[in-house]
Design a protein around this ligand. Structure first.
Ligand code: GDP
Ligand code: MN
Length: 374
């Protein structure tokens, strides 16, 4: 299974490899917000599982928030080698002095892991292998023995880098091998590893895990699947964020809000997901959308059970210490248990859709009246 760059980078970082601060965005507006927060030039990177995004026009730079909005809009319409771009990773634009290539993969012919490294990073390795194979250092690791830091430094030395880089580069090679080993990877790759004033940083990250070993890395798989999933999210011009589990239900929620005189700020269909992670993501998406004053979560338990949704909501609210103006409507399969959980957690809820929509509109009006009174 292949992992998106941003997921791979989190894994690399957890093993001590430096990455750039980054944010994943799903819309041009979010891209603009992130660019504003950074307050300096950024790079916008299409998150797809195919390689060669740079060449395909999937990596772009923006100097200001306005540019970020425009470019994100373009990138989110892009299809790279048949794969639709659904989200972008935004990072601060790095000042690159030099680019290296590092990878650890399976060498089937030799039945051992192989480390490949080159001081000529950035370009695709297949290309480099064709044009100047002598520039790629290859090193087979004995999987029965521990891979030692001095071996990694030896590889760095062979890459022909300055003496000051041998130790830091060796350290990253060693860490990358550990990622490969620990995560049952088929490929763990950094191309380019960049040299900046802040030292060596993984500017790109590729991670592919052996399918047969995925059961050992469920957390990572969940994260990746979730990111791949189409989370139908539309920003509107009102102030009540409508979230529902299912497109029809979400639309009904919006209609009800409108009927009682409110204006929806979002259409967000969370689909069949009820996990804490899904609810977390849904809430943070809408809470990061500035016009939102009230969240209206409309849940009808079907295949997704109401009590599971309740658990997801409670966990998400508690984990983030979120103090949200939220109206929850909860009915359907296992509603008694879900409602009991909410009662226990002290979270109010409604059963009737009309009541819930009405309450959301009233809550929003009260907030606006208070704000106007200030
Ligand atoms: P790939 O084409 O899918 O491998 O995407 P990469 O993440 O490797 O990016 C392609 C190229 O964009 C890199 O080789 C860099 O030259 C350039 N690039 C990526 N991030 C940055 C950055 O932060 N600053 C600068 N100056 N260039 C970048
Ligand atoms: Mn790359």
């Amino acid at each position: 299974m292949k992992f998106f760059e941003h997921s791979a980078k989190k894994v690399f970082e957890s093993e001590g490899i430096k990455i750039l601060e980054g944010h994943v965005v799903y819309s041009p507006e979010e891209a603009m917000e992130v660019a504003t927060e950074f307050g300096r030039p950024i790079v916008l990177k299409s998150q797809v599982l195919v390689g060669g995004r740079g060449k395909a026009g999937g990596i772009k730079f923006a100097d200001n928030p306005g540019e970020a909005l425009e470019i994100a809009n373009e990138l989110l319409k892009l299809e790279i080698k048949g794969e639709k771009v659904k989200h972008l990773l935004i990072e601060e634009k790095a000042n690159i002095k030099k680019e290296f290539f590092l990878s650890v993969s399976n060498d089937r012919a030799n039945r051992r892991p192989i480390i490949m490294a080159s001081a000529e990073g950035g370009v695709e390795i297949e290309e480099l292998a064709k044009t100047s194979p002598e520039k790629i250092i290859r090193y087979n690791v004995n999987p029965l023995k521990e891979f030692l830091p001095y071996e990694a430094r030896e590889i760095a030395r062979k890459m022909g880098v300055g003496s000051e880089l041998i130790s830091p580069l060796g350290s990253i090679i060693w860490k990358l091998y550990n990622v490969y080993d620990k995560y049952d990877a088929e490929v763990a790759e950094i191309n380019p590893l960049i040299l900046t004033d802040d030292g060596l940083i993984a500017a790109d990250a590729k991670l592919e895990i052996e399918n047969d070993a995925l059961f050992r890395h469920q957390d990572l798989v969940k994260q990746n699947r979730f990111k791949q999933k189409d989370f139908a999210f539309v920003k509107l011009d009102g102030d009540i964020a409508v979230i529902g589990n299912g497109a029809g239900l979400t639309l009904t929620g919006m209609d009800m809000v409108t009927l009682f005189g409110g204006k929806p700020a979002t259409f967000l269909d969370i689909g069949g997901g009820a996990s804490e992670e899904t609810i977390n993501k849904a809430l943070s998406l809408v809470l990061n959308y500035p016009p939102v004053k009230v969240v209206f979560l409309n849940v009808l338990g079907g295949i997704t059970r109401a009590d599971d949704v309740a658990r997801g909501v409670i966990a998400a609210l508690e984990a983030n210490k979120w103090d949200v103006n939220i109206v929850i409507r909860l009915t359907g399969t296992n509603e008694e248990e879900g409602q009991r959980l909410f009662d226990e957690a002290g979270i109010p809820y409604e059963i009737s859709l009309e009541e819930a929509a009405k309450k959301a509109v009233e809550m929003c009006n009260e907030i606006k009246a208070k704000e106007a009174g200030k």
